[in-house]
Each structure stands twice: as C-alpha cells, then as structure tokens.
Design a protein. Structure first.
Length: 66
C-alpha cells in the first residue's frame, strides 16, 4: 500500500522534450519500505509508467529522452 508521495523540483532534470516545461520527480513510498521515482513534466504532464528505485537512474532516463 502506498504511504505517501513527494514531488521534487530543481533536481537536475532537463526541460520536457515535448513542451519545454519544468520537469519534476515524484517519490512514491510504500508500507513495505520500497520507494520509487517517477519523472514527469509540470506543464503537459507527460511522463511514463516506468519507475526507478534510484533517483540518479530516474534523472538519467529522463535526460536522455528525445
């Protein structure tokens, strides 16, 4: 079960490749201690369903999108 989420801006993410909007990471935490990061755009809300255990991995994946 999800226990909470937190959005983080100014974290090294490049602008959205589709609209140029500011990107952010959402940290999703679960009861069992798991935590996953999802990058998204604050303007057009694009993102994807894949989540990342490591913050650096999520940032790297978003920044290499074209």
């Amino acid at each position: 079960m999800e226990t909470g989420t937190k959005s983080e801006y100014n974290n090294g993410l490049k602008s959205c490749p589709f609209c140029g909007g500011e990107a952010y990471l959402t940290l999703i935490q679960y009861d069992d201690g798991d935590a996953w990061y999802n990058p998204n755009c604050s303007t057009c809300n694009c993102g994807w369903k894949e989540s990342y255990e490591a913050k650096k991995e999520a940032i790297k994946a978003w920044n290499r999108r074209v």
